[in-house]
Design a protein around this ligand. Structure first.
Ligand code: ACO
Length: 323
């Protein structure tokens, strides 16, 4: 019998502090009108100084566990998608495991930047499909504000902090119907933080500890790639785009989202949009949008969803999900 993974609970968390476009006007040469028109972003949340990715991940996870009506110790796999881990090691997933007082199950991080959650979901889905796990906690959590140069108007207006989580459970009906994961490392320089650990001393990377981006290059690639992966997902499942109830896209730029929706012939009231209020929260953006869609009553049991994302690497991915 085929085993599927099914989403049985969602949760999310946003830091309290709201930073509006108007506030950014005071620190960089930008305007509220430019940011709204080019990105659709009105405001974003920024973590408090003493608030870390792990704190955000824990809050979203507890909410997802509550929604699934599960105790933490029933979880037998933890996968956290993050680019902004609190420590080099242990992984955020291991730290989260300890916070939630879960013992013994595998726990690891996945790093695929803005596609991170789709990758994490794809990995957890395969654990469940092979019988290696029965109840998985899959989290996207970021404090992206910590890798942003707040004097660089090209990047600082785009990003925010937040977290989202889902609980996946083994089921004999779908569930996650397919996941599609891709990468092309030749585009590394389009969107990157040059300084890491191993090269921190090297002249080429030292001091470049913030996001650097070729904005228009990323934009063009994101639009064409996301349209292509939407096609790939539909074709793989032999379904027509008319059958989709919801698109839950990565939230980077309203113009990228609109282009993908158009490709799928989906009216915007069938697309979950949070980019206006959250900005781009990288790996957290899809589970945040999913949780908002579920809790607002828009997404209902039985609905057919497509999630899709594109990010640094480049990486990109999608999933078709019967909610
Ligand atoms: N305020 C005012 N002007 C700005 C700002 C700003 N915050 N940022 C850039 N500009 C200026 C630039 O300096 C440039 O000026 P110039 O023409 O005098 O050189 C001009 O605006 C840039 O114009 P465009 O490149 O035409 O702007 P575009 O319409 O491409 O919008 C943006 C720029 C918003 C960055 C867009 O390219 C984009 O969203 N790219 C995708 C980036 C992204 O989403 N990255 C996140 C990770 S990947 C992902 O999640 C999909």
């Amino acid at each position: 019998m085929t085993v599927y993974s099914k989403i049985v609970g969602t949760g999310s968390y946003l830091p309290e502090r709201v930073v509006t476009n108007r506030e950014l006007e005071k620190s960089v040469d930008t305007t509220d009108a430019w940011i709204r028109e080019r990105t659709g972003i009105c405001e974003r949340r920024i973590a408090a100084e003493d608030e870390y990715t792990l704190d955000l991940a824990e809050k979203a996870s507890r909410r997802a566990l509550e929604a699934a009506n599960l105790d933490a110790d029933e979880i037998d796999l933890i996968v956290v998608a993050t680019t902004t881990a609190d420590q080099i090691f242990p992984s955020t997933a291991c730290l989260l495991q300890s916070r939630l007082r879960i013992k013994g199950c595998p726990a690891f991080d996945v790093q695929a930047v803005c596609t991170g959650f789709v990758y994490a979901l794809g990995v957890a889905d395969k654990f469940i499909a092979t019988g290696a796990a029965k109840k998985a906690l899959v989290v996207g959590a970021e404090t992206f504000s910590r890798i942003i140069d707040w004097t660089d108007r090209n990047t600082c207006v785009l990003f925010g902090d937040g977290s989202g989580a889902v609980i996946l459970e083994a089921s004999d009906t779908p569930g996650v119907m397919s996941t599609h994961l891709h990468a092309d490392g030749d585009y590394a320089d389009y969107l990157h933080v040059p300084q890491g650990v191993s090269n921190a001393h090297a002249e080429v990377a030292a001091g470049r500890a913030y996001v650097e981006m070729n904005g228009s290059g990323v934009f063009r690639m994101a639009v064409t790639t996301l349209c292509r992966i939407a096609d790939e997902t539909l074709r793989h499942n032999k379904i027509d785009k008319q059958e989709l109830d919801w698109l839950v896209p990565h939230q980077a730029n309203i113009r990228i989202i609109t282009a993908t929706a158009k490709k799928l012939d989906l009216p915007m009231d069938r697309v979950i949009v949070t980019v206006d209020k959250h900005g781009n929260t990288s790996a957290a953006s899809i589970p945040l949008a999913l949780d908002e869609g579920v809790r607002s009553g828009k997404i209902r049991r039985g609905d057919l969803l497509m999630i899709e994302g594109f990010g640094g690497g480049f990486t990109w991915g999608s999933a078709l999900i019967r909610y």
